[in-house]
Ligand binder design. Structure first.
Ligand code: GDP
Ligand code: K
Ligand code: MG
Length: 300
């Protein structure tokens, strides 16, 4: 890692907020590459994932977190616990809210958590590309939230990138002088195989229904690079036979669809040709087991 020039700033920024406000979309927009998966499904993000943005004057390390909500099972508790740790271990919290819906009890629960911590907070109001009819009322509800905690606020669109440069400048303003924590050309702390697994999980979230998406864990069994193609073998672990049936689909159509979409995404990630083979395996109750969670790569 090179030595940082004089006056260079760096630091860690925790991206915190309710499920589905656009935290992962925002992180991808901030670092300029798809490293975090996104979907309309709550609890898409399971792990803390770092995204790195290096400019001429600063290095910003974003920590994407699972949305904060009331836990219902072991995995849920691990997720909320991780978000709480993230609040304490960063230099600045970017508290993201959905500007298209009114500030609600979920946002206030998080605001309450944040106000108990010493970490400075910026309120990020996302989805400015949509303008609901009652936008003035919505804006007021968030202005009130920001004022009552004396937080700076900024409005932007993670989807289109509008006002994202503005947000970056604001965040840099909150950082202190510091070193390069990561090489300047790195965009994430996660290995490529982890992101490959996530890209497979993303397609399952987008293509299957009901309880299946929350019951999967992906293991990348093999990544073999040849000059012509990269071969990837992966196992999709589910909890029940019925879920295995849904994932495979009639005549294997569902698994084929998941595989072909995920393959496209992985090709973009590695900028090369990919051959992807998927297997489905039943691992009863993996969500309840901390040992199994750890085996599958989750921080417990
Ligand atoms: P997370 O759960 O907070 O990480 O949210 P995601 O990043 O997974 O996004 C949840 C949903 O909101 C997805 O369907 C995104 O496409 C959508 N979304 C995220 N950012 C924006 C935005 O700026 N504008 C609009 N219109 N939709 C967004
Ligand atoms: K989501
Ligand atoms: Mg997310």
């Amino acid at each position: 890692i090179p030595q940082a020039p004089p006056g260079f700033k760096s630091g860690f920024i925790g991206i915190i907020g309710r499920p589905n406000v656009g935290k992962s979309t925002l992180m991808n927009q901030l670092v300029g590459q798809k490293i975090a998966i996104t979907s309309p499904v709550a609890q898409t993000t399971r792990n803390r994932l770092r995204g790195i943005l290096t400019t001429e004057k600063a290095q910003l390390i974003f920590v994407d977190t699972p949305g904060i909500h009331k836990p219902h099972h072991q995995l849920g508790e691990v997720l909320v616990q991780n978000a709480k740790i993230a609040i304490e271990s960063v230099d600045v919290v970017l508290f993201v809210v959905d500007g298209t819906v009114a500030c609600g009890s979920g946002d206030r629960y998080i605001a309450e958590l944040l106000s108990r911590s010493q970490t400075p907070v910026i309120l990020g109001i996302n989805k400015s590309d949509e303008q609901p009819s009652d936008f003035q009322k919505l804006d007021e509800s968030y202005a009130e939230l920001a004022n009552s905690h004396q937080w700076q606020s900024v409005k932007f669109s993670a989807k289109t990138g509008a006002e994202i440069v503005n947000l970056q400048e604001l965040l840099i303003g909150h950082l202190e002088s510091g070193p390069f924590y990561y090489p300047p050309d790195l965009v994430t702390d996660q290995p490529e195989r982890f992101i490959m697994g996530e890209l497979i999980r993303e397609q399952i979230l987008l293509l299957t229904r009901e309880e299946v998406p929350h019951s999967v864990a992906i293991a990348i069994d093999l990544v073999e690079e040849t000059p012509a193609i990269t071969r990837v073998l992966a196992t999709i672990n589910v909890e029940r036979d019925s879920q295995k049936g849904i994932l495979i689909g009639k005549g294997g159509t569902m698994l084929k669809a998941i595989g072909s979409e995920a393959r496209e995404q992985i090709q973009k990630l590695i900028a090369g040709k990919v051959y992807l083979e998927l297997f489905v395996k039943v691992q009863p109750k993996w969500r309840q087991s901390r040992i199994r969670l750890a085996e599958l790569g989750y921080r417990v």
